[in-house]
Design a protein around this ligand. Structure first.
Ligand SMILES: [Zn+2]
Length: 458
């Protein structure tokens, strides 16, 4: 059952990554301007910021550093303005990237196996301070539970939870970008657990345990003060291929960004995957074309409306990324465009949310996104709807498709055999059911080997 009808589905995600060199931050913020934008955009939820990638807080803090160009509680002012007109205001806290913390606490940084700091993007950490940096170059900080930086985020989380009497939710960013860390804290933790740090798989397992523990502790802190608040850990929390992090999310925000990162083909598979989780899920796109923080870029309102329709078609709510100007004034053309899409989304919502998808073809998700998206494209271009097979529920479908690079464990194979015995139909692609050089189920076929050429024509 799709439960998005019970949640906010017309959201804006308001970024505010603001350099410490900028003065008079928030000087043009006003409640009236902020509320006018939310009303113009027909928004029912806006994610507002408490701490940005530059490492500064936008409220008076005893734990972190307030932005030097700010002299009032901008986070609180946004929350109050939103609540006064009935709009939710979950709070954004950057996690994995925080430049000020990275340069003041070298020990908080994530380290790779070679002992070098992990950097986002190909940036030479040993270049001169004034050498040009690549786009979006940030030091990766270690969030693993047990480390000092994780403790710092717990303290920020607690401070935010105590400071505001109503917290609708928390959104932590940059949470699961790398999959291993060799910082001193992690090495110590691995030694304590008896893990061989030369064994890459064991190091990755440790990372998952400690990263999940980080998320669970943040959730515990939030629930202590605001039991009904939502929590989401972005940059991995809604990745269908990282199932180990799904349970801790209260809902899923799929940062697909069709025009800059994911493309339009990513959403159908992701949305159908998260539709099975009995939690709210929404697509995250941008009012911009190419990148977060692109102040001057305007996606056309028709493009936003198309994306709203596509998300709603797959039962997903919508979140549109924006970036507030450092002076705190909301850009009205942006909200006019968002309103154009959201007015339409509001009209079609009763037909999109709260229902039960009816499909007779099930797709088994392989380990490769491009494979699943390829199958999805073939089906959707022929207007054939499909669902995602979840927990081996083959019997929910008349026909199941197992694409290449699928890995069915013994339980899944037994379940599939039972399904076929009961008359279920199967389309197995490539080597999807080949185990140890043989088909794992009797299809009246013999596996004679890999194809000799990379392209075959039938
Ligand atoms: Zn670490």
């Amino acid at each position: 059952m799709n439960i998005n009808n019970k949640f906010a589905t017309r959201q804006t995600h308001l970024d505010f990554h603001t350099s410490p060199d900028i003065a008079a931050v928030g000087s043009r913020f006003s409640k009236e301007n902020f509320q006018r934008a939310l009303k113009l955009g027909n928004i029912d939820s806006i994610t507002v910021f408490a701490k940005c990638h530059h490492g500064y807080c936008y409220y008076p803090t005893k734990i972190g550093y307030q932005h030097p160009g700010l002299d009032f509680d901008l986070t609180g002012a946004m929350i109050d303005a939103a609540h006064e007109i009935g709009v939710r205001a979950p709070i954004y806290i950057t996690a994995g990237w925080s430049h000020n913390d990275a340069i003041t606490h070298l020990g908080w940084r994530s380290v790779n196996k070679d002992g070098k700091f992990i950097l986002n993007g190909a940036v030479d950490d040993h270049s001169a301070p004034d050498a040009p940096k690549g786009e979006c170059s940030w030091h990766m900080l270690c969030l693993n539970d047990g480390g000092e930086y994780a403790d710092h985020i717990y303290a920020i989380t607690e401070e935010v939870c105590q400071r505001y009497s109503v917290v609708d939710g928390l959104f932590f960013d940059i949470c699961i970008v790398n999959d291993a860390c060799y910082c001193e804290s992690c090495k110590r933790g691995m030694r304590d657990m008896g893990i061989d740090i030369e064994n890459d798989n064991e190091v990755k397992k440790y990372f998952v345990i400690k990263r999940r523990a980080f998320m669970e502790k943040c959730s515990e802190i939030l629930k202590k003060y605001h039991p009904d608040a939502t929590i989401f850990f972005n940059s991995g929390g809604a990745d269908p291929y990282k199932p180990e992090y799904h349970a801790v999310q209260s809902h899923y925000e799929m940062e697909d960004l069709p025009t800059c990162e994911g493309g339009y083909d990513k959403l159908p598979v992701s949305a159908k995957f998260f539709a099975n989780k009995n939690k709210a899920y929404l697509g995250l796109t941008g009012k911009f074309h190419l990148a977060w923080g692109e102040f001057g870029g305007f996606k056309t309102k028709e493009a936003l409306k198309y994306e709203a329709c596509q998300m709603a078609l797959y039962g997903a709510g919508m979140s549109i990324g924006d970036h507030m100007h450092p002076d705190g004034e909301m850009e009205m053309q942006t909200y006019e465009n968002i309103g154009y899409a959201y007015d339409y989304l509001e009209k079609i919502a009763p037909f999109c949310y709260g229902g039960e998808p009816v499909v007779n073809i099930g797709l088994y998700c392989s380990s490769r996104a491009e494979v699943n998206e390829g199958v999805s494209k073939i089906l959707l271009q022929h207007q054939i709807d499909f669902g995602i097979i979840s927990e081996n529920n083959f019997s929910d479908f008349d026909t199941v498709i197992i694409p290449e690079y699928s890995h069915l464990d013994d339980i899944a194979l037994e379940s599939l055999k039972g399904y076929l015995c009961n008359g279920g139909k199967l389309l197995a692609v490539g080597d999807s059911l080949v185990v140890d050089g043989k088909f794992a189920i009797d299809m009246g076929l013999e596996f004679i080997g890999e194809a000799e050429y990379d392209c075959d024509y039938i």
